[in-house]
Structures are given as C-alpha cells and as structure tokens.
Design a protein around this ligand. Structure first.
Ligand SMILES: [Zn+2]
Length: 262
C-alpha cells in the first residue's frame, strides 16, 4: 500500500546558516533541493518553523526582530515552495503585544500554525506563565494550532489544564518517562496531539504503547528535518508490523490534513 506522507515537523531554511543539521557538509542539501530530497523519500508536504540558531545578526537586533525575521523567511519559503510547505511562526511571552499582532497578521495570510516553538533557543522556559496564557487565548480566538518543543512536563501539564480548548501538538516522544507523560496529557485533553519527530520513536514499542492508550488519531508523522533523518521515522512506521495500514494512514497524513485543513 502507498501512503501519502505529510511531515508535520520540519525546519526548512532559506540560507546555509539557517540549516541546523550538524552534519550538513556531508548532505548537500540546500533551499533549492530540499523539496526534491523530501519528495524522493515519499513526503508530499511539510510543516514547521524556520530557526535562526546559527545565524549572526547585527548588534542591537532584538529577540523579537530575530523571531520576526524567521517568521518572514517562513512566509517567503512557503511562497517559493508553492504549496509544498505550511509555514509555522514564532510567538514569545516576552513580547505579548507583538505576538498577538503576529497571530492576527498571519491569520489574515491564511497561516494556521504556530511553531514549532523552541524556548530553549529563544530565552524562555515556562509554557505555563501568565504572558503565554494571553498569547494562547489569542491563538485560540484565531483557530491556531500550537506546535511546541517538549520541555518541563509539569509546566506543560499546567498549560494544557489552563487551555483545554487550544489545539496543541507536542513534539518528540522522548524517552519512556516523557512519552508516558505525553500519553497522560492526551488522555487529559482531547485537543493534545503528539508528533513523532526527534528522539523517542526508535524505542521499540513506544508508538504501539501510545496508540493502544490514545488511538492513532492523536499522532502525527514528523521528522525534525534537517536535524534528524526523515527516512528513520518513515522506516519505523512503514516496516514495523506492529501497525495496521489504517493506523499508518492516520499518522502519515490523515490527522495532519484534518488539523490543518490541507
Ligand atoms: Zn524541531
């Protein structure tokens, strides 16, 4: 059976400095050939935010300037990639007004995805803070999906409890303890999803465990390209006989299509 594959978690880049692959010199990937490379793996659509971790900015550039720069780059790439890429954008609790205005602006452009948010790169650490509450209320009002990197589990619990109506997509199953905490939150809130990118999926049985507890409708295929190899995660889902074709179909594409109206 052939599966349509949507990679919900990527970080496309518009210049070499934004490519945060640690082995990039050995891969030959560029802004131009990224879609062909991913299509060669069977991926027909990607989502996610642009990251500027390796880029140097002129003195005096504020954090919000940097985040807006990445947001702008994401929009430009979405246009260049012509339907292949759903842009995700950054918001930040230090910049509540700017973040809420960005949500409004992005919504007008048809963008529905915040994130992946990566607080550890952007000088914050608490998803449950009051300032982020305000941003999440605005995100909900505009029907935004919030994709976020997994950090402190207790604070994620607090965020999800305070915002039961927001649609969250957590990134990375992680090791056993993290994965179980994600599954508990999925049971706590029907609006909490998990994407399979980054670390964790290589632990045998972790996804079967999650599907048995929460159903295959709550997981999204993701890789964290270009940091991680999409082929690894595709292989697990395609080759491991632990999954049914219906589960594969949901995770590879159906759940992402439903959430993002693709
Ligand atoms: Zn990521």
């Amino acid at each position: 059976m052939e599966f349509e594959i949507i990679d919900f978690h990527t970080h496309p880049f518009s210049e070499a400095a934004e490519n945060i692959c640690r082995h990039k010199e050995f891969c030959g990937l560029s802004r131009e050939n990224t879609p062909d490379y991913l299509r060669s793996l069977g991926i027909s659509h990607i989502c996610g935010s642009v990251l500027d971790a390796n880029k140097s900015f002129p003195e005096g550039t504020t954090l919000w300037d940097r985040l807006s720069y990445s947001n702008q780059k994401a929009l430009e790439l979405a246009e260049k990639y012509d339907g292949f890429y759903t842009a995700g954008f950054h918001v930040h609790p230090k910049y509540v007004r700017e973040s809420c205005e960005e949500i409004e602006k992005m919504s007008k452009k048809g963008v529905k995805l915040i994130g992946e948010l990566v607080p550890y790169m952007d000088e914050w650490s608490d998803y449950s803070c009051r300032e982020f509450d305000e941003i999440l209320d605005t995100a909900l009002a505009y029907g935004m999906i919030v994709s976020f990197h997994t950090i402190d589990n207790d604070r994620i619990d607090a965020m999800v409890k305070k915002h039961p109506k927001n649609i969250f997509v957590a990134a990375h199953p992680g090791e056993y303890e993290n994965a179980v905490r994600h599954f508990e939150r999925m049971k706590m809130s029907e609006n909490y999803y998990l994407d399979l990118s980054g670390t964790g999926l290589f632990r045998l049985g972790v996804l079967r465990h999650g599907i048995d507890l929460c159903g295959s409708e709550r997981f999204l295929f993701g890789s964290d390209y270009p940091i991680c190899s999409p082929a690894m995660n595709i292989g697990e889902l395609l080759l491991n006989p632990l999954y049914t074709d219906e589960e594969r179909k949901n995770i590879f594409s159906e759940n992402a299509k439903r959430l993002l109206n693709l």
